[in-house]
Design a protein around this ligand. Structure first.
Ligand code: ADP
Length: 382
């Protein structure tokens, strides 16, 4: 007979357990984990607001998805069609891009946490509103299902003021103008996974998350001390379509002469590998292309990784290892070889390739908090 009390339910139910969600402007990506943290299934709702489709385990079906709430319902319907209901879940766990300076560890979502994520909307206007919409949509569908959040910024809470402060005056009417850093769940997952390959975590580790978004992180004794992204995920390196580091004077001119919206579009969606190559934001396409512009874009990508790597290595006082992760970091031998060859002046150091496991890390954090909660409930019952 299945146990009914909440505490024992957590301990014995071998069914799918934690649904990890990454809600963006036009898509909601989910991954379902069982209690052993093995991935069971991936589901994705795409084209939200412009059409719509649901993909489950690689099979895509067109569905009308005018908004986030409809998309979330479609995901739960697709799960139900596979025999997985809300009752089979212990929790949902959301990737939240910005937790600001208040949310520096994973959290159970409460009204206070929702308020704190809402206060960060001006810091991440392209991301946090979509996370909040997904959280509210899950609450509407399953009001009693616990929800958790992991923050992309949290891993960088250890960056010291010298590294995170801009040389700006105090601007009390514009709170929060400082560097934060992103890709934190990816770096935290890497710190967790790397000792499987390297025996112990290298003391001064330069981690490189190279995907459509790109950043480097200086990890000293397992903690972030510097990273290339700053105030927003637009900063730092040449990315798929984002410009990365650009002189504020150039940004001011773009805004002055093109207007805010056009400047925003140039910097976020027309720049990076796409802007340099005039061909594609996709590294595979560029590596397969023979045009000089495609070559230049790939060289630019690698050169600026190396330039900024120098800055982060200085912040750690040296380097003991490099770890590559993300679609490009894991798969592009050309980029890895180019970067490590250009850093050869540093001497010999090991390099590792670590599969990006952001969803797993988010599920792990939620499971830890669920376990603490179950232990607390056990304690209260005892
Ligand atoms: P996101 O940041 O959106 O999660 P990914 O981490 O999946 O993206 O990275 C996408 C990038 O990885 C694309 O530029 C893609 O071309 C690149 N990539 C994937 N596989 C390869 C490969 N075999 N060789 C070179 N680049 C690759």
């Amino acid at each position: 007979m299945p146990p009914t009390c909440a505490n024992s339910r957590f301990k014995v139910l071998p069914r799918p357990s934690i649904l990890v969600m990454n809600a963006g402007s036009s898509s909601i990506k989910t991954a379902l984990f069982d209690r052993a943290l093995s991935e069971v299934l991936r589901l994705e709702a795409t084209g939200i607001g412009t059409g719509g489709a649901v993909t489950i385990a690689g099979e895509t079906q067109a569905v009308s998805l005018p908004d986030n709430a409809t998309a979330l319902n479609a995901i739960f319907d697709a799960l139900a069609a596979r025999g997985i209901t809300v009752a089979d879940l212990d929790a949902t766990a959301h990737r939240v891009v910005h937790g600001g300076t208040d949310l520096t560890t994973a959290q159970r979502i409460t009204p206070d946490v929702i308020d704190a994520v809402t206060r960060c909307v001006p810091l991440a206007p392209l991301h946090n509103p979509h996370h909040l919409a997904a959280i509210h949509a899950v609450t509407a569908i399953a009001p009693d299902l616990p929800q958790y959040a992991s923050f992309d910024t949290a891993f960088h809470a250890t960056i010291p003021p010298l590294a995170h402060r801009f040389a700006l005056p105090d601007l009390p009417d514009l709170p929060g103008l400082r560097r934060y850093g992103f890709h934190g769940t990816s770096y935290a997952a890497l710190v967790h996974a790397l000792p499987d390959q390297s025996k112990t975590l290298p003391r001064r580790l330069l981690a490189m998350h190279l995907g459509n978004g790109v950043s480097l992180c200086a990890i000293h004794n397992g903690r972030s001390v510097a990273t290339t992204m700053g105030y927003s995920p637009l900063g730092g390196l040449t990315m798929g379509t984002r410009a990365g580091e650009i002189d504020a004077g150039a940004v001011l001119r773009l805004v002055r002469e093109r207007g805010l919206d056009a400047a925003d579009d140039v910097l976020h969606r027309q720049s990076g590998l796409l802007g340099l190559s005039g061909l594609s934001s996709d590294m595979r396409t560029l590596e397969a292309s023979a045009t000089p512009e495609a070559h230049f874009a790939v060289d630019h990508f690698c050169y600026w990784i190396v330039r900024q790597a120098g800055s982060l290595i200085a912040a750690m006082g040296g380097i003991d290892a490099i770890a590559f992760t993300g679609g490009i970091g894991e798969n592009s031998k050309h980029v890895r070889d180019s970067v490590t060859a250009q850093l050869r002046w540093l001497g010999a150091f090991p390099t590792y390739i670590v599969p990006a496991q952001e969803e797993l890390h988010i599920a792990r954090e939620a499971k830890t908090l669920l376990g603490l909660r179950a232990a607390q409930e056990d304690h209260n019952v005892a």
